[in-house]
Design a protein around this ligand. Structure first.
Ligand SMILES: [Zn+2]
Ligand SMILES: [Zn+2]
Length: 60
């Protein structure tokens, strides 16, 4: 029996974000379809640039 738990992927470091991670998620400012950008705790603290997987928009 396997649990099909879909973990979000950080848009900065492309690692899976654990449920207890203090991540942030927000809409891509460049996409109209409401694609979500995820940023894990370490990337949020380090203020790394993210890249949208849909439009390749990069932002702080
Ligand atoms: Zn990250
Ligand atoms: Zn986008």
């Amino acid at each position: 029996m396997s649990t099909n738990l879909e973990l979000p992927v950080c848009s900065c470091c492309h690692r899976h974000i654990m449920p207890n991670d203090k991540c942030v998620k927000f809409d891509c400012p460049n996409c109209d379809n409401g694609d979500l950008i995820w940023r894990c705790e370490s990337c949020r603290v380090a203020v790394r640039n993210y890249t949208c997987s849909s439009c390749n928009f990069q932002g702080p």
